[in-house]
Design a protein around this ligand. Structure first.
Ligand SMILES: *[C@@H]1O[C@H](CO)[C@@H](O)[C@H](O)[C@H]1NC(C)=O
Ligand SMILES: *[C@@H]1O[C@H](CO)[C@@H](O)[C@H](O)[C@H]1NC(C)=O
Length: 349
């Protein structure tokens, strides 16, 4: 039953460019353009992950309930990265449901610490876990080690305080989209903003009165009608960000309005988000925003738009994982985090 439900959830389609990113002229999109693809190929051939059994009574598909989590988990279990031999493993995965109480979580980690020799070697640093909302701090030693040392994979955007930038990873939203071919007509709007509900913010009030902008209130599931008729798609960081990838595929360059630096963007240690999205503070109001957007030259804009389209292939979830897609890029981020110090004292056991 749960498996059928999951399959239904996953039956969306996405069309992305078939070009290999390595052959496109968008090297500037990647943080390490020279090494990313050879390192990725190395990962395909050698990366091994040991998966602990989920705590009973959870099994298989019942562990995870949100779409990006279950998509990642099922893809992982079916992938060649999983090994039954922990001595071969680079990393260790601890599956547990988000509904698990802090107490049960502490007990789970304690059991892993006592029953297996792996946790003690790194105090959890070569372990990872999925938690849609992120694990909250706790005074329990087991949970503290999990939170501080292990790699957390949670949904973007994260709640503040529950994401540790040097090690944690976020899952791109699962959202169907189509890559829209470029058109020569001039977009009707400079910026399009789709919010779940009104937000009392001067900037939003000002652009609502500006005919160059289109501001709409709609639930997260609504398609952005004005996406392909606007140069920029505007997002309030923390509000509905699920359609950001959809906007990029529609050649609408994302503008993220935020008053603090964002550290939890998906694939942040692989891609340069500044090459495909604009980040602006809200203090300049509508006028400040206009100034920033009007100041972007056409050549720069076109490059950002094209980079955004190329980037969507790394942000798309496929029912059957495809090369360089969201699943593989998450795995790649884990691969980049595999070097941790293991204490020989524990390895001898
Ligand atoms: C790991 O270390 C703890 C002490 O911190 C100890 O109680 C436990 O038995 C060790 N685990 C293994 C498998 O030796
Ligand atoms: C936007 O894209 C959709 C899907 O390709 C298309 O049906 C629609 O006509 C487009 N709208 C505009 C204004 O170009």
């Amino acid at each position: 039953m749960a498996a059928i439900l999951l399959l239904l959830l996953l039956t969306f389609t996405a069309h992305v460019l078939s070009d290999r990113p390595a052959t496109t002229p968008h090297a500037s999109l990647y943080l390490s353009p020279k090494t990313i693809f050879s390192n990725y190929d190395k990962m395909l051939h050698s990366f091994k992950i040991f998966v602990y059994a989920p705590p009973s009574p959870f099994t298989g598909a019942t562990v995870f309930t949100t779409t990006p989590e279950s998509q990642f988990y099922t893809s992982l279990l079916r992938s060649p990265f999983v090994t039954d031999d922990p001595s071969q493993a680079h990393l260790f995965f601890i599956p547990f449901p988000s509904s698990l109480s802090t107490r049960s979580l502490a007990r789970l980690i304690r059991t892993i610490r006592i029953s297996f020799p792996f946790w003690n070697r790194t105090l959890g640093a070569d372990h990872f876990y999925l938690s849609a909302a992120g694990v909250d701090s706790s005074s329990d030693r087991n949970v503290v080690e999990l939170k501080k040392n292990s790699i957390q994979i949670s949904c973007f955007p994260t709640s503040s305080g529950l994401f540790i930038p040097h090690k944690d990873i976020t899952l791109p939203p699962v959202h169907s989209f189509q890559t829209i071919p470029s058109v020569n007509s001039t977009p009707a709007f400079l910026g399009y903003m789709k919010l779940r509900e009104p937000i009392p913010l001067g900037l939003i009030e000002e652009i609502s009165d500006d005919s160059q902008f289109k501001v709409e209130y709609a639930p997260a599931s609504t398609r952005g009608e004005f996406m392909n008729n606007s140069r920029f798609c505007l997002f309030m960081y923390g509000d509905d960000m699920t359609w950001m990838v959809e906007a990029m595929a529609a050649r609408c360059v994302p503008v993220v309005i935020t008053d603090r630096p964002i550290q939890d963007l998906p694939l942040m240690d692989v891609m340069k988000w500044s090459e495909m999205a604009v980040f602006v503070g809200s203090s300049g109001g509508g006028k400040g925003l206009r100034g920033v957007l009007d100041g972007i030259e056409k050549s720069r804009y076109d490059l950002m738009m094209e980079s955004g389209v190329v980037a969507t292939q790394h942000l798309v979830w496929n029912t059957e994982p495809q090369t360089h897609d969201a699943f593989h890029m998450i795995i790649y981020q884990l691969w980049l985090r595999r070097h941790t110090i293991r204490y020989a004292r524990w390895a001898e056991q």
